[in-house]
Write a protein that binds this ligand. Structure first.
Ligand code: NAD
Length: 456
């Protein structure tokens, strides 16, 4: 069994030098990362094309550009985020001042999945660096080219005692988890999330778990159907549906179902062409195993749109399945592919009850013009985050911390949330030595009565 104890010891020693805590050091590291990404833009795009057939447009908007924007935002705000904050002090503590010092955890481990293999490894790295940690990244083994480029890029700008990339699959990940780390940031599936938490529990290591699940998308009878169709088709079929927050399934109101699905079909053709299997820019399915798993769902319900596959190129058409019930195979787990099952409803209560019978989703989308209905769904259903009248877009705002709830995840990141996730909030009371309020001591005359004047 390979151990990573020497790498982790090196990072621990480097962390103890306190260099990573220096704000100028952190800002320079973030700037270096930004420059390296800009200089490697073309190579990264080629790697993403090789691994997943991502178009340049998708590679830039959802991976490279996203990370550059996170870097810009973090560099701009880092000094203010990292400054200890003075907070209020109660009257019982007269003479003292209270502060919160954000402090780095130390050696962090970032484990990333394959669906956005660059972004999901680098975005948490930005948080780790910003907060003053060292980091080890374990990228996905299923996107070997992107993982390799990431490894080279990092090696060229950072020494391994500060930031290291360790390549490998499950075994590598497990060997890393056997070590005593200071923080684990994991993005991936729910079953593996449980394994990560179990490993972290052995050392009481804090974790962020960015997981998945079935994210519902509701189209109510009063929705703007044209826009709903376009925004849902984009959110579902971008990256061939291999997006953790893609709408997993649709709940469409009976009254507008036919009209909506007609709009949806037309929009999907506009976005991806009459023959999406021949579209050179349509993302492919990551592996044959996933291709076979997804293809088997095409037997569920009735194919309303799409349904064709190309095994050689591992592509599946944007597909809509109707006549679906919760008993169908496609409704048992997260789909993670370009197949959209449709359930219909009469009454929103059915929808809310249907969602409540299943684990808390990572995302939820509701399309309606009615504010009361929006608020009703937002207050009654627990989910990680989501949109009203849009899909996926909440993910790209640095002001909205991104994460799950229940089985869809623990913790959140992006923007200041990223810095906060990788920082321990250290509470500090600075007491005066000019005087000493006596009430707390047990030998004060009438002490209890005096204390009771403050504590009512
Ligand atoms: P995965 O859980 O199979 O793998 C993720 C990472 O964990 C990989 O680096 C892999 O090598 C490692 N790993 C796999 N099995 C392991 C084990 N037994 N022990 C230790 N490490 C192990 O996930 P995936 O297939 O790469 O990604 C798809 C999943 O990720 C989907 O469920 C999706 O919803 C989820 N996801 C979530 C987010 C989010 O931000 N919440 C983003 C993207 C993907």
């Amino acid at each position: 069994m390979k151990t990573y104890s020497s790498l982790i010891t090196k990072q621990k020693s480097f962390f103890k030098t306190d260099k990573t805590k220096n704000i100028v050091f952190r800002l320079e590291a973030l700037q270096k990362l930004r420059n390296a990404i800009k200089n490697n833009e073309k190579t990264l795009m080629e790697a993403l094309r090789t691994d997943l057939n991502k178009s340049e447009f998708d590679a830039y908007t959802s991976e490279i550009g996203f990370v550059l924007e996170e870097l810009r935002f973090t560099i701009k705000h880092l000094r203010s985020w990292a400054t200890p904050k003075k907070v209020k002090t109660p009257v019982t503590h007269i003479g003292s001042n209270s502060y919160i010092y954000p402090e780095p955890y130390g050696v962090t481990l970032i484990i990333a999945p394959w669906n956005y293999p660059f972004q999901l490894a680098v975005a948490p790295l930005i948080g780790a660096i910003a907060a003053g940690n060292t980091a080890i990244i374990k990228p996905s083994e299923l996107t070997p080219k992107t993982s390799e480029i990431l490894g080279t890029l990092i090696r060229e700008i950072f020494p391994e005692e500060y930031i290291a990339v360790v390549q490998g699959g499950v075994e590598t990940s497990q060997n890393l988890l056997n070590e005593q780390l200071d923080y684990i940031f994991f993005t991936g599936s729910v079953p593996v999330g449980k394994i990560i938490m179990e490993a972290a529990a052995k050392h009481l290591t804090p974790v962020t778990l960015e997981l998945g699940g079935k994210s519902p998308c509701i189209v109510h009878e009063d929705a703007n159907l044209k826009l709903a169709a376009k925004r849902i088709a984009w959110g579902k079929y971008t990256n061939a549906g291999q997006t953790c927050i893609a709408p997993d399934y649709l709940y469409v109101h009976k009254r507008i179902k036919q009209e909506f699905l007609q709009q949806f079909t037309e929009t999907t053709i506009e976005l991806y062409g009459q023959e999406p299997l021949k579209n050179p820019d349509f993302t492919r399915i990551v592996s044959e195993t996933h291709f076979n798993r997804l293809s088997s769902f095409l037997n569920d319900g009735k194919v309303l749109m799409g349904g064709k596959t190309d095994k050689e190129r591992l592509t599946i058409e944007p597909t809509v399945l109707t006549d679906i019930t919760w008993e169908d195979a496609i409704m048992q787990d997260e789909i993670f592919g370009p197949i959209l099952p449709v359930l219909e409803y009469d009454n929103l209560t059915e929808v809310i009850e249907g969602i409540h019978r299943h684990p808390k989703p990572l995302a939820l989308y509701i399309f309606t013009e009615n504010n009361c209905i929006q608020e009703d769904v937002l207050t009654k259903v627990s989910f990680g985050g989501g949109c009203v009248n849009d899909t996926v877009y909440h993910f790209v705002s640095p002001y909205l911390p991104f994460g799950g709830v229940g089985t869809s995840g623990i913790g959140a990141y992006h923007g200041k949330g990223n810095f906060d996730t990788f920082s321990h909030q250290k509470s500090v009371l600075k007491q005066t030595t000019k005087f000493d309020i006596p009430f707390r001591y047990p030998n004060v005359k009438n002490g209890l009565e005096k204390i009771k004047m403050f504590i009512k």
